[in-house]
Design a protein around this ligand. Structure first.
Ligand SMILES: *Cc1c(COP(=O)(O)O)cnc(C)c1O
Length: 382
């Protein structure tokens, strides 16, 4: 599917009765049956008529159908959060004794899930650099699952997903990619041979910072495993109103990603020329095969000449906040996340420099954002 097709697809009416161009919100926990025979047929597994919103809801299904099309998958399932999507996927695929091979600098709460739940349950977890996953064909030998992010969190390192998918399939490991950063507008992991793609839909898919949600897209067989086991039993299903907001958000996804890219390109150009900037981590088009754009989330490493605290406090248009992918620009200094309370801190475990800040560029005017950034930096250098 080309990008033009995505735009056209998302501009199609996607509604219900009477010519409605948006889906109705089925705000109902259950769906009733007219007689014994119909109810019995459904309960015995014949037919797929909507039964109960923990496992199935027509509004949620509209969002799922759209996501399956966008990612070129056969089926999708929506979740109440990105973490529900990740945990429901991993618990459906793994059992005690298995090995999970995970990319380094994985999303911090995914790391905690692995260390605090999967490891005590009996899963062995190994962490690997993207380059190692790409170049060492035997690394995935004996692994049940390869859990990937490209780019990964904070350091924004990318990998050639086609290569890693081929290594995984050669060894019978199921490959899973978190595609929240690129979205299907900039990268389609299933087209590159990856088995499962998932999202925190709270980020670009939603785009309006008003919903927490997740989604998993794959083959019928793998989605059925999740639908049979962890969707009903862990119970993290996407609710109908949130699904409706996500369909609404998706309408403008290509336009928003284009705008994020324009601002991000401007920042990368100008940041790279500044003496106070030691490194810019912002993968762009063709950084690896299959990546066609640059999203608005990046990280910047400053030299020791910059007082990161003064810089961050001097910003006027960037707000301190977790999450990203919305209309508003945000900043997360790594120094704050490094000091975050609690065990299993992935930034400390993997080693992220305290001179690094992550920025999410929103939809504000790019020149105004840059002026704010540059002036804060000037105030904090010396
Ligand atoms: C935010 C995020 C998640 C978790 O998603 P939630 O919707 O907050 O549960 C997973 N992966 C990445 C890369 C994220 O940024």
């Amino acid at each position: 599917m080309t990008d033009e097709n995505i735009e056209t697809l998302l501009a199609q009416p996607h509604g219900g009765a009477e010519g409605s161009v948006t889906p109705p919100i089925y705000q109902s926990s259950l769906f009733t049956f007219d007689d014994f025979a119909a109810f019995e047929a459904r309960m015995s597994g014949r037919g797929n008529r909507t039964l109960y919103s923990r496992v199935q809801n027509p509004t949620t299904a509209s969002f799922e159908a759209l996501m399956a099309k966008l990612e070129n998958g056969a089926a999708a399932v929506g979740f109440a959060s990105g973490m529900a999507a990740i945990s429901s996927t991993l618990f459906a695929l793994l059992k005690p004794g298995d090995r999970l091979a995970c990319v380094r600098h994985v999303y911090p709460d995914a790391y905690r899930l692995m260390e605090r739940l999967l490891r005590p349950w009996g899963v062995t977890i190994t962490y690997h650099d993207p380059a190692e996953l790409e170049n060492d064909a035997d690394l995935l030998k004996g692994a049940a699952v390869a859990y990937l992010e490209s780019p990964n969190s904070m350091m924004m390192q990318v990998m050639d997903l086609r290569k890693v998918a081929a290594h995984a399939s050669a060894h019978g490991a199921i490959s899973v990619v978190d595609n929240s950063w690129a979205t299907p507008v900039f990268q389609k992991p299933l087209d590159l041979g990856i088995d499962i793609v998932l999202h925190s839909a709270s980020k670009y898919i939603c785009g309006h910072s008003d919903t927490v949600a997740g989604v998993v897209v794959s083959s019928d067989e793998l989605i059925d495993r999740i639908r049979d086991l962890t969707l009903p039993l862990l119970g993290g299903k996407l609710a109908p109103f949130e699904a409706w907001l996500l369909v609404r958000g998706l309408r403008t996804l290509p336009a928003r990603m284009r705008e994020h890219q324009r601002t991000a390109d401007l920042f990368v150009d100008r940041l790279s020329a500044l003496p106070q900037v030691a490194a810019v981590h912002s993968p762009g088009p063709n950084a690896v095969p299959g990546l066609t754009g640059r999203a608005g989330l990046m990280s910047v490493e400053f030299t020791r000449d910059v007082d990161v605290r003064r810089f961050a406090d001097a910003l006027g248009m960037f707000h301190f906040g977790v999450s990203w992918g919305g209309f508003e620009s945000l900043i997360v200094p790594a120094a704050i996340t490094l000091a975050q309370a609690g065990p299993e801190n992935s930034l400390r475990a993997f080693g992220v420099p305290d001179t690094l800040v992550r920025i999410s560029l929103g939809l504000e005017d790019a020149e105004e954002l840059w002026r704010d950034f540059e002036s804060a930096l000037a105030q904090a250098t010396g």
